[in-house]
Design a protein around this ligand. Structure first.
Ligand SMILES: C[S@@+](CC[C@H](N)C(=O)[O-])C[C@H]1O[C@@H](n2cnc3c(N)ncnc32)[C@H](O)[C@@H]1O
Length: 278
């Protein structure tokens, strides 16, 4: 393949992606991500020649994106809360909604030393972002998937953050008590699979997406054992599906009648988070 300028390669990718009915702005994401360039660097380098190798990788990624591969898996990385996380097909791609859960914790909890447990950590996105913002917190990351936990370990090392990693089915291998437990568990009902994007369904891990019992299984399991792992005034923060607000509030209100259970909406106005305060 001959050399080509960044500008020409971008133009080609734009029209190729458009012709396939997908989002042309992903062309920039793929090229910038591959070259590790900021938007400014991209603008300053429009006339730079790309090597045949660089072009081949870019064209391949553009074509795979048009075949429903998520751009983040093609690049092997995703941004979350201002940090770069390695991702692969063993981990969910961290979502912007989840950044709002991190923000809620940061604006509510004291900056002083706290013990924090992130259950179902995946890439480590929630727990490592919290540790990055609050170095005094002692953070534990757990996941049922050893492959996901291996990615969380790489992210912890790349970001130079301290955290304990534990392979565990919910609380099974967890000991001690925590001031904050946070979880974005799998919460999609199997019956909703038909409505999902092909790129999510075909590439993201099923153990990260689906849960039995209309998606409520993990919330019910968390509620059963929660009090044993929270300090007296501890708090649980959860991400939920936008239709699950009333059901999740009911699960925790029934299990802990004296606790305060709060529902919170995301930036688009959908029910998205629940906090249980003891
Ligand atoms: C929706 S993903 C969330 C990943 C990450 N916390 C985030 O917000 O991007 C759910 C995660 O929970 C993990 N998981 C599923 N069942 C679990 C269980 N029983 N115990 C612990 N982790 C579980 C999955 O492997 C997956 O990494």
């Amino acid at each position: 393949m001959d050399k080509m300028t960044v500008f020409k390669a971008q133009q080609w990718a734009f029209s190729f992606i458009k012709d396939h009915g997908k989002d042309p702005s992903v062309a920039d994401l793929l090229l910038q991500g591959q070259l590790n360039w900021s938007t400014t660097e991209m603008l300053m380098n429009y006339q730079t020649q790309l090597s045949a190798e660089q072009l081949e990788r870019f064209f391949t990624n553009v074509k795979l994106y048009c075949q429903d591969w998520p751009a983040q898996y093609l690049l092997g990385k995703a941004n979350f809360f201002g940090l770069e996380f390695k991702v692969n097909e063993a981990t969910l791609i961290p979502r912007p909604e989840t950044e709002e859960l991190v923000e809620w914790i940061l604006e509510t909890e004291p900056k002083t030393s706290l013990r924090v447990l992130d259950i179902g950590t995946g890439t480590g996105a929630i727990g490592l972002s919290l540790k990055h913002e609050r170095p005094a917190w002692e953070v534990t990351l757990s996941d049922i998937s050893p492959q996901a936990l291996a990615v969380a370990k790489e992210n912890k090392q790349a970001l130079k953050l301290e955290a304990t990693l534990i392979e565990s089915d919910l609380f099974q291998n967890i000991t001690g008590k925590f001031d904050v437990i946070v979880s974005n568990p799998p919460y999609i009902a199997e019956s909703e699979a038909d409505l999902m994007d092909k790129s999510v369904l075909e590439h993201e891990p099923k153990t990260a997406l689906f849960a039995p019992d209309e998606g409520l299984y993990l919330y019910k399991k968390l509620a059963e054992k929660l009090s044993k792992y929270l300090t007296k005034q501890g708090k649980l923060y959860l991400e939920i599906g936008f239709q699950q607000g009333p059901s999740v509030v009911e699960i925790f209100s029934k299990a802990y009648p004296t606790a305060k259970v709060q529902l919170r909406q995301d930036i688009t106005g959908h029910d998205r988070m629940v906090k249980v305060s003891f």
